[in-house]
Design a protein around this ligand. Structure first.
Ligand code: NAD
Ligand code: WQD
Length: 340
């Protein structure tokens, strides 16, 4: 298939481009570079040995998005493009709702206009909200999220379900990611947050490489085995392969719209992840325990049964591999991707 990968220069999108190319698909990238660098595309070409056509486009521009569909023959869309910083979304709700919703509206309209019916959407475990029983299961219906970012994902899932109901042939996979970490095993592709990292793994990687003094563990008085929060960390290459599996499943999917958890099915604490990262680096890393971070849930992980049964996909890479690959990327690229 010839697949439009929106946000294809970003963290998860770029790794998915490589998995798509390895699986024999053709890829077209669309990215505004709002949170990524154009130099990522060159890395993708070097790593794959293939040309990766890339369009610099803001997908909230519906006319430009439609023109893209007029110039490229597309069979499917994988929609990663979004703003994703939870804390920032609380401060800038309009910016988040506008970017994340409008870009999806543009794409859906262009797909309808040009007869493209296959859609894979980047949703998030955050849609399960604060009350869902753990492990999270796709059948849970009371989706809600505490941040505008998370709420934009809940809303988009609903919009796509409504559109699919009335558009002939539409097939939409809603992929709810847990905590993506890790990097491509080459060390040439990885997560490159702009500014201070919001998330645990990239923060820890920057501590290890000397860009930050120490990690602050946000609370050690949670009702968990070691008192720190537990999350379902999933290797970004497992996640990327999950997208290929979902894409290839669409034509036989049992319903027009179907959610799938992409996680490993087990939880890891902040301190366990820290210890694994120390093994990867080969030395102890400085940390202090600070207060809890507002909004953090104590522990959650995926029930990954549906993806295994229906997509034939399961995460296989271990926590130590996630940390070793992150460290290879960060140590070989201490400042991330080059500007040009
Ligand atoms: P990222 O910021 O690295 O990638 C997103 C890409 O989209 C960036 O390259 C950015 O420039 C681009 N983009 C943003 N708005 C755009 C627009 N209007 N038009 C064109 N391009 C635009 O983020 P990521 O971590 O790769 O996340 C990819 C997707 O997965 C997002 O939808 C995110 O919400 C979702 N997700 C991420 C995580 C995570 O922890 N990383 C977890 C769950 C879900
Ligand atoms: C993991 C754990 C922190 C940083 C976020 C989004 C979620 C999804 C994935 C998009 C928590 C602790 C962190 C630090 C720490 N994104 N921590 N010190 O919060 O589970 O999920 O990313 O959809 O929506 O909320 O991930 O990596 O920020 O935190 O102790 O400096 O690490 O308290 O327990 P989170 P995270």
């Amino acid at each position: 298939m010839r697949v439009l990968v929106t946000g294809g220069a970003g963290y998860i999108g770029s790794h998915t481009v490589l998995s798509l190319l390895s699986a024999g698909h053709d890829v077209v990238v669309a990215d505004s570079y709002a949170n990524s660098k154009p130099s990522v595309v060159g890395r993708l070409e070097d790593l794959s040995g293939r040309a990766v056509p890339a369009h610099a486009i803001d997908l909230t521009d519906a006319a430009a998005t439609d023109r893209l569909f007029a110039t490229e023959q597309l069979d499917a869309v994988i929609h990663f493009a979004a703003l994703k910083a939870v804390g920032e979304s609380v401060v800038k709700p309009l910016e988040y709702y506008r970017n994340n919703l409008d870009s999806t509206f543009s794409l859906a309209a262009a797909m309808q206009n040009h007869g493209v019916t296959r859609f894979v959407f980047s949703s998030s475990a955050t849609v399960y909200g604060e009350k869902a029983p753990v492990p999270y299961r796709e059948e849970y219906e009371h989706l809600s999220a505490t941040s505008p970012y998370g709420q934009s994902k809940v809303m988009i899932e609903r919009v796509l379900a409504d559109v699919a109901q009335v558009t002939d042939g539409w097939k939409v996979a809603l992929l709810r990611y847990f905590n993506p970490v890790g990097a491509h095993e080459s060390g040439q592709l990885g997560e490159d947050p702009q500014g201070v990292p919001n998330n645990l793994m990239p923060y820890l990687a920057q501590v290890a490489v000397g860009r930050r003094d120490h990690l602050t563990v946000f609370g050690d008085d949670y009702p968990t085995a070691d008192g720190t929060c537990e999350r379902d960390y999933i290797h970004v290459m497992d996640l990327a392969e999950g997208h290929v599996a979902a894409l290839e499943h669409l034509d036989v999917m049992s319903e027009p719209v179907r959610p799938f958890n992409l996680g490993t099915g087990s939880g890891t604490s902040v301190l366990e992840l820290l210890r694994s990262f120390e093994r990867a680096v080969g030395r102890e890393l400085p940390y202090v325990v600070g207060p809890r971070r507002a909004g953090d849930l104590p522990a959650f992980w995926a029930d990954a049964t549906r993806a295994r049964k229906e997509l034939g996909w399961a995460a296989t890479r271990t926590l130590d591999e996630m940390c070793a690959d992150t460290w290879r990327w960060q140590s070989q690229n201490p400042q991330g991707f080059p500007d040009a």
